[in-house]
Design a protein. Structure first.
Length: 209
């Protein structure tokens, strides 16, 4: 009697498919988010307000210029276990292409209503959320959002997130050096948002063990 049946019914294959596709617990199944350079514009100094809403600064009479983006995410290790308590920092230039940094300049000047930097702490399920703007290009770079993950002051990962399908990605020196799978892992699919924001997106960040 053969060890393997010579003919496997189509129904049996379909029934087994979900089990075959699911990664087995304990296996490092997720692609770690590729790291990227911090770049020259980590905020200097850091803003007084550092919450997860970069669009609204307390006491400001208006919200930031630009298209508002609800950015949600989950943070896990490579086996899918959530990483609660990790500090998630983001920073990006404002709608005029200017960072919170003395070395950053743009034609329109800095938008004083944009916080430029913010942080969230990952919840028990590894989730985090930001309200920010859709990133815009600045000379030499395709649009991106910088991200840094810290656990008890120790840096876990520094990376950059891009807009999926943006025409300038293909010419960007940092985006181009990523493999197609890595590019997909750091690309945000923007979807029209119902309320409060123009767009919404979700990202999965994976820290290598
Ligand atoms: Fe940058």
């Amino acid at each position: 009697m053969p060890l393997l049946p010579s003919r496997i019914s189509r129904r049996a294959l379909i029934a087994a498919a979900p089990a075959l596709l699911l990664p087995r617990a304990g296996l490092a199944a997720l692609l770690p988010t590729p790291p990227a350079t911090e770049g020259p514009f980590y905020p200097d100094p850091l803003p007084a307000e550092q919450d997860n809403d970069l669009v609204k600064i307390e006491g400001a009479v208006r919200e930031a210029d630009g298209e508002i983006l609800d950015l949600t995410g989950t943070l896990s290790d490579a086996s899918g276990r959530p990483l609660p308590g990790v500090r998630v920092e983001i920073w990006q230039c404002d709608a005029n292409g200017v960072y919170l940094h003395p070395g950053s300049r743009g034609a329109g000047g800095r938008d004083p209503a944009f916080q430029g930097f913010g942080h969230a702490v990952a919840g028990a399920d590894g989730s985090f959320a930001f309200r920010t703007i859709v990133p815009v290009p600045y000379p030499g770079r395709t649009p991106h959002i910088h991200v840094k993950l810290l656990q008890g002051g120790r840096e876990l990962l520094t990376t950059q997130l891009y807009i999926a399908g943006h025409p300038q990605n293909a010419r960007d020196w940092l985006f181009r050096r990523l493999s197609p799978a890595e590019q997909a892992a750091v690309s945000l699919e923007l979807k029209p948002a119902a309320e409060r924001a123009a767009f919404e997106t979700a990202v999965r960040l994976v820290v290598a063990a």
